[in-house]
Design a protein around this ligand. Structure first.
Ligand SMILES: [Zn+2]
Length: 550
């Protein structure tokens, strides 16, 4: 398919775009090859050796660069933020040209209306969405633990059905979050079956990524199988406490071999299962996860009231002790960092629960403690704090409105081991970032470029071609995005050009608001949306609808 025969479509006035002299990594996993790529309107019309003087409205010299399909991020939490920030700068600057919203059980429920608004506003990236279990439950029964009544179940199924017919690509769960975590397996199967009927994918943040991980994988597989859905296991990981639960402590590495083998077994038994991963040793989720499950069972109002009661708080402390100290062998809460919380007007954002507890204790006993309000690393010796004092701060943060946390809980050996598995794709698990705002997990600014820089070039964990496959044709296949994810004549010209010798993430946990380097150009539907220095402002992104609408 290479060569002159692919160039017959050349009109006499020239192509719209030629990307010349690059090393093409086509997304299939095959080794790179030299070729020029010609684009007409939004499609690739030629891949091969074009005459040097071929006319084109725009000629991009990709000498020394890699030309790859635009990256596809199937696990984002962008949702309606795409309407506020239609340029999706933190994604585009990582080479991402397609995002999937609606993950971990949280989504828009009016999919048709959502897509209409995206089309009206325009978007630099292509957008798809899942329909989320928690959002559906909240709509039909509110934020409480009660099982769905027969009527409510029918309403919930109808919402999933309508969403699929309006173009959702599948159904998502977030089974550590309320109210979804109170649904039993059968209730989820009922809803996922509606997704399966239309050929959708079941994407799950499993019931446990911790000590219950093996049972959680079994449940995910059972739900996908019973509902006749494909399975996407979201942000696959093996935190240290999960490794311990599998009998693989901190000295015996690659405990993820055991969990990956479970996925392989499901495949061998005929289930189409895929995974995605973000390349970091810390996770990010709500700070509420530090509290016992049952605190929120009757909804947030009841929880706020109960937590005022000292006797109730004693029970919470005891459960937290069981979970953190006895179950997970923690001696303090320094692994948990506040990313963004209204607690004390956000002044502790970026600090660990242990540090916050120490600072509050210090402030109480020091009248001039106002000094430390703006000092990020105070030169003072902070007092010792007990676990109970740290648990109390977790409760105080919840009562002040909760927030997002970053949890340093993984070993890089496991990150690499999971990355090497052929069914693991790359996804950020990030929302839209507002540059400079809060202390978010750095993955929103660095996921794809971190794979290409740290894990391909520096650690040589996987090849460049395999990394590109994990960001392009693999997610395109799993989510059935036809005509994307591969550089082929006739496919949509979503293209990312980068310098393989310099491409790198720069965002860190301490300083997350930093764009990556080494991405040279990003094209969506044949239009340049990032020119290597800045966003062009173009909004050529399309809405990608799922199988229920096709
Ligand atoms: Zn999640």
């Amino acid at each position: 398919m290479l060569g002159m025969s692919t160039m017959l479509a050349r009109p006499c006035q020239g192509y719209d775009v030629i990307i010349a002299n690059g090393k093409v990594i086509d997304g299939s996993g095959n080794a790179w090859f030299y070729a020029d790529i010609a684009i007409e309107k939004n499609k690739i019309v030629a891949i091969g050796s074009l005459p040097v003087n071929s006319p084109a409205a725009l000629r991009i010299d990709a000498t020394g660069k890699v030309v790859a399909p635009g990256f596809i991020d199937v696990h984002t939490h962008v949702d309606d933020d795409i309407l506020k920030q239609p340029l999706a700068e933190n994604f585009i600057r990582n080479g991402v040209t397609t995002i999937v919203s609606g993950n971990c059980g949280g989504s828009e429920l009016d999919v048709a209306g959502f897509f209409k608004r995206i089309r009206e506003t325009g978007s630099a990236v292509n957008n798809a969405t899942l329909v989320g279990h928690n959002s559906v439950l909240r709509k039909v029964k509110g934020p409480i633990a009660a099982k769905l009544s027969g009527d409510q179940l029918e309403q919930a199924k109808a919402i999933v059905d309508q969403s699929m017919r309006d173009g959702a690509v599948g159904f998502s769960t977030g089974l550590i979050y309320t109210p979804g975590k109170w649904s039993d397996t059968q209730e989820i199967i009922e809803l996922a079956t509606v997704c399966g009927k239309y050929g959708g994918i079941y994407a799950t943040h499993m019931r446990s990524e911790s000590t219950g991980i093996a049972r959680a994988i079994d449940e995910a597989v059972a739900i996908a199988r019973a509902s006749k859905s494909r399975l996407q296991i979201s942000h696959f990981k093996l935190p240290t406490d999960a490794a311990i639960s599998l009998g693989r402590g901190t000295t015996l590495k690659a405990g993820s071999d055991a969990t990956l083998a479970m996925v392989d077994a499901a495949r061998a038994a005929g289930l189409e299962v895929w995974m995605d991963q973000y390349p970091y040793t810390a996770s990010s989720t709500t700070l509420n996860q530090l509290l016992p499950d049952w605190v929120l069972e009757n909804g947030p109002e009841a929880a706020n009231k109960s937590l005022q009661d000292p006797a109730y708080r004693e029970r919470v402390f005891e459960a937290m002790k069981q979970s953190h100290e006895i179950g997970r062998k923690r001696t303090d809460m320094s692994f948990a960092v506040i990313a963004a919380s209204p607690f004390r007007n956000g002044k502790f954002n970026g600090r660990s629960i242990k540090q916050v507890t120490q600072l509050i204790k210090f402030e109480k006993s020091n009248p001039d403690a106002e000094l430390i309000r703006t000092d990020k690393s105070p030169e003072i010796s902070l007092p010792d704090v007990s676990m109970i004092e740290q648990y109390q701060v977790v409760i105080d943060i919840y009562l002040a409105g909760g927030g997002q946390g970053v949890f340093h809980s993984m070993d890089e050996t496991e990150v690499v081991n999971i990355l090497k598995h052929p069914l693991v794709g790359i996804a950020s698990d990030s929302g839209m970032r507002v540059f400079g705002q809060g202390m978010p997990h750095p993955r929103g600014y660095g996921t794809n470029t971190r794979i290409l820089g740290r894990y391909v070039r520096e650690l040589k964990a996987i090849t460049l071609e395999d990394a590109v496959r994990k960001m392009t044709s693999m997610p395109a296949t799993a989510f059935r995005f036809e005509g994307r994810g591969l550089l082929r004549v006739g496919n949509v010209a979503d293209i990312t050009i980068f310098d393989p010798s310099t491409v790198s993430d720069r965002a860190s946990f301490e300083d997350p608001h930093q764009y990556p380097v080494g991405i040279s150009q990003v094209l969506v539907s044949g239009t340049v949306v990032f020119d290597g220095e800045k966003m062009t402002g173009a909004k050529p992104g399309q809405v990608l609808v799922g199988p229920g609408m096709k």
